[in-house]
Design a protein around this ligand. Structure first.
Ligand SMILES: NC(=O)c1ccc[n+]([C@@H]2O[C@H](COP(=O)([O-])OP(=O)(O)OC[C@H]3O[C@@H](n4cnc5c(N)ncnc54)[C@H](O)[C@@H]3O)[C@@H](O)[C@H]2O)c1
Ligand SMILES: *[C@@H]1O[C@H](CO)[C@@H](O)[C@H](O)[C@H]1NC(C)=O
Ligand SMILES: *[C@@H]1O[C@H](CO)[C@@H](O)[C@H](O)[C@H]1NC(C)=O
Ligand SMILES: CC(=O)N[C@H]1CO[C@H](CO)[C@@H](O)[C@@H]1O
Length: 404
């Protein structure tokens, strides 16, 4: 349209044939030149993300601005994958994406797309403009406590967003899916350790919504030749050993936060101390027992799962260390890791907590040759604490001494 109008103006100015007309004409030609130049660079140059390239695996990482997703993106980029992050930054950090962009600035390595997975039109557009080989679906709301207060947010955002992603994959022929699931889908089994055969009876909306998403994926996979890997993580801790990324949840989510966040908040004085809820459980020291998996090991499991995903097959794996640690042990490790003698208050049980949860990770070892290597709690916490201390406002403001 604009080109045609300019052409008409040109004919017009030539007829007048005065100096002003000539100057106007020249200005317009130059303007048109830049317009075309600009258009060709933004519309006509094919994006390297829009074509499959032999030998390059292009992975869509949903929720890649979040804690686990950003660590996974870093690992994938390091391993020469092409990565597209889709995140609506509702809980993730643009700062984490910027760290990744600075580490991998080359064309065709990493792109960030700001979009909401609840918006199926937007998601379909992303799939039609990009040639993905695989999807790792991290994006979710992921706090057990919050899920009991706002169940609809969890059912809607976890379940329907997974459906949107699956539908887009199906209609665009993307055939490999790695799904972030959780030990919360097991609820409180009587027998420990938890194997993949342990029956899933989730007891909170978060665990139930994650189980529903698993079911949607499994049912769909039976009628397609999609390659599916479902990873059920236990309690994720730690951060990048080189200090480039960390865990930086929104301050308003602190109250729902996880134990490592609470320990660090107590160590840095944001909280007056740490409240341990329940010392009369049927466990060796009376406090709850959990299986803490370092995020570096966790993302390694994703890379292995991606490499071994087979069309028409589903793999379901626990990702844990196989070793339970009590809250008391955790707090002691946190004191040592931070060097702060955190004040600990022992209170009565919190409703809904179960005594003991730990994994049997033998299936993933057998089938994917994966085992947890970063199993020193104190060391994982030391690394995470180092990042916390140098990023006291998360990714928001660089605090002079920022490591990297
Ligand atoms: N952290 C754990 O201990 C743990 C344990 C088991 C499973 N998981 C699972 O791992 C995944 C990642 O968890 P995390 O701890 O990194 O959480 P996180 O909140 O740090 O990351 C989730 C990311 O998803 C994004 N997101 C959420 N809804 C979105 C939407 N509609 N559209 C686009 N982006 C959206 C958020 O902005 C955020 O960046 C989740 O699926 C969670 O259920 C986590
Ligand atoms: C992002 O996603 C979350 C969770 O699905 C949703 O609640 C929120 O409205 C979205 N926010 C934006 C800015 O798109
Ligand atoms: C399994 O992984 C280890 C490293 O963790 C490696 O040394 C070994 O070669 C792997 N085995 C197979 C069969 O790939
Ligand atoms: C994208 C999406 O599904 N967002 C919803 C998440 O849940 C909240 C609370 O129920 C809704 O308000 C959002 O629309």
């Amino acid at each position: 349209m604009r080109v045609r109008e300019a052409g008409m103006d040109y004919a017009d100015s030539k007829r007048k044939s005065n100096v002003v007309g000539k100057i106007l004409f020249a200005a317009m030609v130059i303007g048109l030149f830049f317009l075309v130049l600009n258009q060709s660079s933004s519309f006509n140059t094919p994006s390297p993300f829009s074509h499959h390239e032999p030998g390059v695996t292009h992975v869509l990482v949903t929720g890649g601005a979040g804690y686990i997703g950003s660590h996974a993106a870093l690992r994938l980029l390091k391993d020469s994958y092409r990565v597209t992050i889709v995140d609506n930054l509702s809980r993730g950090n643009l700062g984490a994406v910027k760290v990744l962009q600075n580490l991998f600035p080359e064309v065709g390595r990493l792109q960030f797309i700001y979009a909401d997975l609840g918006d199926s039109k937007a998601v379909n557009k992303i799939f039609s403009e990009n040639a993905f080989d695989a999807v790792i679906h991290f994006a979710a709301v992921a706090y057990v406590g919050e899920s009991t207060l706002e169940p609809l947010r969890y059912y809607h955002n976890i379940t329907s967003n997974t459906l949107v992603v699956l539908e887009a994959m199906a209609s665009h022929g993307v055939n490999t899916l790695i799904y972030s699931s959780t030990c919360a889908t097991y609820g409180e089994p009587e027998k420990m350790p938890i194997t993949e055969q342990t029956s899933q009876v989730p007891i909170n909306p978060y665990g139930k919504a994650k189980k529903m998403s698993e079911d949607i994926i499994l049912d769909f996979s039976r009628s397609s030749d999609m390659a599916v890997m479902i990873l059920r993580y236990f309690n994720v801790i730690g951060s990048d050993p080189e200090g480039r990324l960390g865990e930086a949840p929104r301050p308003e989510l602190r109250e729902h936060g996880r134990i490592s966040g609470a320990c660090f908040d107590a160590a840095s004085g944001i909280l007056p101390g740490l409240k341990v809820k329940g010392i009369d459980y049927n466990t060796p020291d009376g406090t709850c027992v959990r299986d803490y998996i370092d995020v570096t090991d966790l993302v390694d499991a994703h890379v292995k799962a991606l490499a071994k995903a087979i069309p028409g097959k589903v793999g379901i794996y626990n990702v844990g260390t196989g070793k339970g640690r009590s809250v008391k042990e955790f707090v002691e490790a946190c004191k040592k890791a931070t060097g702060v003698n955190i004040k600990v208050e022992f209170l009565s049980r919190r409703p809904g907590d179960y005594a003991e949860v730990y994994s049997d990770p033998s299936k993933i070892k057998r089938e994917l040759n994966w085992t947890a290597k970063h199993t020193d709690l104190q060391e994982s916490l030391r690394i995470a604490w180092r990042w916390q201390k140098s990023h006291q406002n998360g990714y928001a403001t660089p605090s002079g001494t920022a490591s990297s």
